[in-house]
Design a protein around this ligand. Structure first.
Ligand code: URP
Ligand code: ZN
Ligand code: ZN
Length: 468
């Protein structure tokens, strides 16, 4: 078999560590070398394909560590399949996702993981791994956690929210954390006090407060902060690392900051919706606010500054999407007259790299920090680095040619996610994906999809690479 060689010429290579005016040689699906433009080394490279990246950025493919393709939730199923969702991810410059397999109550981790493998197998346009949602902590579940870590499913999401669905009480959480402390697993926590929230939900509905905006009010910021604090203390007691998912409240960021100042292995993720949207969207007229119902909920605008600051100071380390799309017609409208019946989740897997680049354009973060929070850190956090998340010799050639000057208007008319609305409809952003390679193979070529379902490979993961 002949080895394909591709050279990306003339671009600005940006990684979490460096910005380099360099050409990139790709051989056999991996980065083979980088060399300065016009250097003798680069001039000597022969190639089957040359990609001209003049005036463009050459960046690692995005790593989205939090997606829910075809997830059954809230009486319906997330509308992107692994096929449509990973295609849309590629359009947005993401080349790896880590999705959540689900243990059903009474079921084993193994059968949950098997069914997620069956959904994803031969469907994905880009590479993928799995976290495991633990909804039923039993002696057997705890033993299974050890096996999964060995197999490359090295992180376990638990819920302090959603009583009767995914919820675990503090005792169950503590037991799972103790096991993770011993086997190297990373506990990912949905930190909201679901028991208290359910009381507020019932009170709101009884008082006739049924519109989508009440979803934001009953899921109080203090109940996110309280659960974040409690999760951190449980992790300390267990001696386990902890990763808080979808942080939206500034009070929760403060809990993370305090924990990190103590030197704890505590990490935080936020999502573009919390950086760019707010309770103003939840309060849009009619039933429009349902488009923005997710948990943790959108917060008042003031919280955005604290989240951006947390990203700058590394009190928050990762931006993932929590992509969990439900169509407005036929899914979100299940909650007309009762906000608690609106399926929780928002689309965004296609928008993350562009929205974070807009953060660069707006002066919120640097270019290298953009790549760090969207590519390198999620790869390290979830045991995929340096294969994913960087452009360096030996890494998988997951490479995006990004035009930092192109303007676009986000819209459901033009996006590729299988959902009938855009949470960012009409928003103008600067910067756009032009070409995407996955392991050296073109998936998007000059804004044409040339990928295929089944190119994406299941990628077992190592343990978190940040533990101190
Ligand atoms: O609203 C959300 N976030 N839906 C997906 C499930 C979860 O809690 O991440
Ligand atoms: Zn969650
Ligand atoms: Zn989620």
């Amino acid at each position: 078999m002949t080895t394909t060689r591709t050279v990306v010429r003339g671009g600005l290579v940006i990684t979490a560590a460096d910005e380099m005016h360099a050409d990139v040689l790709i051989e056999g699906g991996r980065i083979a070398a980088l060399a300065a433009h016009d250097s003798d080394a680069a001039a000597g490279w022969s190639a089957d394909t040359v990609i001209d990246a003049t005036n463009k950025y050459v960046i690692p493919g995005g790593v989205d560590g939090h997606t829910h393709m075809e997830m059954p939730f809230g009486g319906t199923t997330a509308s992107d399949t692994f096929e449509t969702g990973t295609r849309a991810a590629a359009w947005g410059g993401t080349t790896t996702i880590v999705d959540f397999a689900i243990q059903s109550v009474g079921g084993s981790l193994r059968s949950g993981l098997d069914s997620w493998h069956a959904k994803a197998d031969a469907q994905c346009a880009i590479d993928y791994g799995f976290h495991m949602i633990v909804s039923d902590v039993t002696d057997n579940t705890l033993k299974e956690m050890d096996v999964l870590v060995e197999e490359g499913v090295t992180s376990f999401k638990m819920f302090m929210a959603y009583p009767g669905v995914f919820y675990s009480d503090d005792g169950k959480i503590l037991r799972a954390m103790q096991r993770a402390a011993a086997n190297g697993g990373l506990t990912m926590m949905h930190a909201e006090n679901g028991i208290a929230i359910d009381v507020l939900v019932q009170q709101a509905l009884a008082a006739g407060r049924t519109d989508p905006r009440y979803h934001g009010e009953v899921r109080h910021a203090l109940l996110e902060a309280e659960a974040t604090h409690r999760a951190i203390q449980l992790a300390r007691v267990a001696g386990a690392p902890l990763y808080i998912v979808h942080v939206s409240a500034q009070q929760a960021v403060a809990e993370l900051t305090a924990a990190r100042d103590l030197g704890l292995n505590v990490f935080g993720e936020t999502c573009p919706q919390y950086l760019f949207l707010s309770t103003d969207n939840l309060a849009e007229p009619g039933f429009e606010g349902a488009k923005y119902v997710c948990s943790t909920p959108l917060r008042p605008r003031e919280h955005q500054a604290a989240l951006w600051q947390g990203l700058r100071t590394n009190d928050l380390q990762v931006v993932s999407t929590d992509h969990c799309p439900f169509c407005f017609a036929g899914q979100k409208d299940m909650g007309v007259g009762d906000f608690s019946k609106i399926p929780n989740g928002m689309p965004g897997v296609e928008n993350r790299m562009d929205l974070l680049h807009q953060g660069v354009v707006d002066g919120q973060i640097s270019r290298r920090r953009w790549i760090e929070i969207a590519c390198a850190t999620p790869a390290r956090m979830f045991g995929l680095y340096p294969r994913k998340g960087t452009i360096a010799p030996g890494a998988d050639a997951d490479v995006v040619i990004y035009d930092p000057h192109a303007e676009q208007v986000m819209s459901a008319e033009t996006h590729h996610m299988n959902v009938d609305y855009s949470a960012y409809e009409g928003r103008r952003t600067t910067g756009r994906v032009e070409t995407v390679l996955s392991r050296g193979v073109p998936v998007i070529d000059n804004r044409t999809y040339v990928g295929r379902a089944g190119h994406g490979q299941y990628t077992p993961r190592g343990i978190c690479q940040y533990l101190i």
